[in-house]
Design a protein around this ligand. Structure first.
Ligand code: ME8
Length: 680
């Protein structure tokens, strides 16, 4: 269990169970993963603040052929490999202060046993049978692609599917078509509506039984009583939502936990895995006779350089870069404010820094520091109270009304997972109003005067501002927990986690509350922040460009890799000659070389490889001046999927040795070699 130190409140008669997808461990975490986790963490924190008994689950999806292949490519056993990457996810969430109550790994014994129990239950209920599967499969998405022909692309990622032919266990998905359609009649079950409509039309078009086991590799959970088969990774993964909270356990306490929290109140997911969650998962549960989750909320994709951020496209942004430069709250605020939850949204460092400065440094941060500093200066650090009714003005009431309005609409927006609208309400309706109020009422001018009316008016203005600040801080706490906790302490209010959000109303700030030490919570970021983050990311990507290491082989287009003979365990981590043959290394000659603006490490090259001239962006600028490269022969990986670096498409990878701690050294030949020659 992690981060269970949230104080629980008295009013715990309601429960809330929320989950993230469990992330594949073939790739290091990036801000796409952080996005869903942050959204769930925000909801969980808000529920806890409202006094709800909340359980927040995340974890890692560690079985299946994709992971087995990634481990092989890294020269590790699957267990070593999954231990490492799962550790990175866990460490990142801890660093970010994610308040998950548990972290499930599908390779844990508790999950394996309970998953097998679910399989048995469904089989005993008559919904599993043995058959033969011949068809197309996408290894990247671990997806059976019904109706596809050999070589057809995967509908999710677009990679070529592979032909799979094997004896499998099948799940009678076709038996659940009507029940599923009945379920979707509830408009809250799948959100947003676009996703709901897609699912309805998919199910209406007819459901085919689903293969739920594989028998040509072994990295998975054995099928009970037939260990030649391993359970299909998606079936295994979906079950985490119940195994983690005690389904199938023999322990009475764990059974109680399951009874208490299941069904989930919401499974939060990205839109590409809607079908698994809205069709297969409810059908599995129906087949097992278990209650169904109450809602599935699918958000859109974070895009970077115009396409979905993902490892395979090579356009990921690492979370750590943003944490190092701006901190967790900045990332949380940006993602939830900038992207309309449910729709796709672009990420850029420029937009991140701009939001940070305008909304956090100049917005909430500035409101807190100027209000509290003036209370310190003019009232010896104690919250003043408006004493004379005669000095009150309509402007004070406007602030109060806006605060009340914000509290009420925010609550609805958060309940509907409209994070961006909730934050807009806090910032535009409330914080901007108070800022204007302060400017118009000039407390600094009132502070210079000693007459009783001016003192009274000053007290009113500062009380009103501080009270609005307190309300904005409480409402924003689930989104930006660190900074708001600090402001709360600076306001003399103690531990914000102990505050019961359900009681929030205007006027709770007590006269005479003694302020704490005042320090800025969001120091302004200067222009170099964007460059620093970009450089940190370029270095990461540059290093993968520079390294002459052979990357994990992608599955071949038509050849069924599952039919290939298994690699003996002593040779795990090695690749076969066929794997090597998939990498097309060719001799090219550099025609054009120039620096990439604002990227110290990158050069843009045009390389003639005999049949065409390719643009390649290479991280070798610190080792080679562009003019020394023109006319030089180099080796490039010619069949690497294109990717974008600094907005430039890179079509191939230049091969270089990367001495430890030194600069990259390009490969070359002692004899003359014709352009286009292949290295084999
Ligand atoms: O699909 N934008 O794992 P996964 C927004 N193991 N969200 C993104 C994103 C992006 N660019 N990239 C990733 C799997 N995500 C399965 C899930 S659940 C039983 C099994 C987030 O590692 C988003 O939540 O590919 C997406 O659904 C999830 O990470 C996919 O993670």
């Amino acid at each position: 269990m992690t981060n269970t130190n949230e104080p629980r409140k008295q009013n715990m008669n309601r429960k809330f169970y929320i989950t993230t997808p469990i992330y594949y461990v073939n790739a290091r975490p990036h801000i796409g993963h952080a996005y869903t986790t942050i959204a769930c963490d925000t909801v969980a924190r808000r529920q806890r603040m409202l006094g709800t008994d909340t359980f927040f689950l995340t974890g890692t999806d560690e079985h299946g052929q994709k992971i087995e292949r990634a481990a092989q490519a890294a020269g590790k056993t699957p267990q070593q490999f999954t231990d490492e990457v799962a550790g990175e996810f866990r460490a990142l969430w801890q660093r970010m202060g994610i308040s998950n109550d548990d972290f499930i790994r599908t390779t844990e014994e508790r999950h394996k046993k309970r998953m097998q129990e679910l399989f048995r239950r469904i089989r005993d209920n008559g919904y599993i049978y043995k058959g033969r599967y011949t068809g197309q499969y996408c290894f990247s998405d671990e997806l059976y692609v019904d109706g596809a022909k050999p070589g057809d692309p995967c509908p999710i990622c677009g990679r070529p599917t592979e032909t799979v032919e094997e004896e499998n266990y099948f799940f009678k998905l076709s038996a659940f078509q009507d029940k599923l359609l009945e379920l979707y009649a509830n408009p809250d079950f799948i959100r947003p509506e676009t996703r709901r409509n897609e699912v309805i039309s998919f199910v209406r078009s007819g459901l085919r039984d689903q293969s739920i086991s594989r028998s040509t590799f072994s990295w998975g959970i054995p099928v009970p009583d037939d260990p030649k088969h391993v359970i299909y990774v998606w079936f295994d993964a979906l079950a985490n939502y119940i195994t983690a909270i005690g389904f199938g356990s023999t322990d009475a306490g764990e059974q109680e936990t399951f009874e208490k929290y299941w069904p989930a109140d919401v499974h939060m997911i990205g839109k590409e895995i809607v079908r698994f969650h809205c069709v297969y998962w409810p059908a599995f549960l129906l087949a097992a006779g278990l209650p169904l989750p109450k809602a599935i909320m699918a958000h859109g994709w974070l895009l970077f350089e115009e396409s979905k951020m993902s490892k395979s496209r090579g356009n990921i942004v690492r979370t750590e870069t943003i944490l190092d430069v701006l901190g967790t709250d900045a990332l949380r605020y940006f993602l939830l404010r900038e992207v309309v939850f449910g729709q796709d949204g672009s990420f850029s460092f420029d937009a991140l820094v701009q939001r940070y400065n305008s909304d956090l440094a100049n917005g909430l941060g500035n409101l807190a520091s100027r209000t509290l500093t003036m209370i310190n200066r003019y009232f010896k650090g104690e919250v003043p109270y408006p004493s004379h009714a005669a000095t009150r003005t309509a402007a004070d009431d406007v602030v109060r009304e806006k605060a009340e309005w914000t509290m009420s609409e925010c609550s609805q927006f958060f309940t509907d997972y409209q994070f961006s609208a909730a934050l807009e309400s806090i910032w535009i309706r409330l914080i901007a109003t108070v800022d204007k109020y302060i400017v118009e009422n000039e407390p600094w001018a009132l502070g210079e005067k000693q007459d009783e009316d001016s003192r009274s008016r000053l007290a009113t203005v500062l009380y009103t501002s501080a009270e609005a600040l307190r309300i904005a801080t409480a409402l924003a706490h689930p989104v930006i927990p660190d900074a708001t906790a600090k402001i709360w302490v600076q306001m003399g209010l103690g531990d914000i986690k102990k505050f019961d959000l359900s009681t929030l109303k205007w006027g709770q700030l007590h006269l005479g509350t003694k302020l704490g030490n005042i320090e800025p919570v969001f120091p302004r970021a200067d222009k170099s922040a964007v460059e620093r983050m970009q450089q940190m990311e370029d270095q990461q990507r540059g290093s993968t460009v520079e390294e002459a290491k052979i990357v994990a082989p992608q599955p071949p287009a038509a050849q069924p890799a599952v039919m290939a003979p298994a690699i003996p365990s002593a040779d795990r981590g090695k690749i076969t000659i066929d794997d090597f043959a998939k990498i097309e290394l060719r001799v090219g000659v550099v025609k054009v070389a120039e620096r990439v603006p604002k990227a110290d490490k990158l050069l843009r090259l045009e390389i003639d490889i005999g049949t065409e001239v390719r643009q390649v962006v290479a991280g070798i600028a610190e080792a080679y001046a562009p003019e020394t490269l023109v006319g030089r022969k180099v080796v490039i990986v010619a069949n690497l999927a294109p990717r974008k670096l600094r907005g430039l498409e890179s079509n191939g990878m230049i091969v270089a040795a990367s001495p430890e701690g030194g600069k990259p050294v390009l490969t070359g030949f002692l004899e003359d070699v014709p352009v286009g020659a292949r290295l084999k």
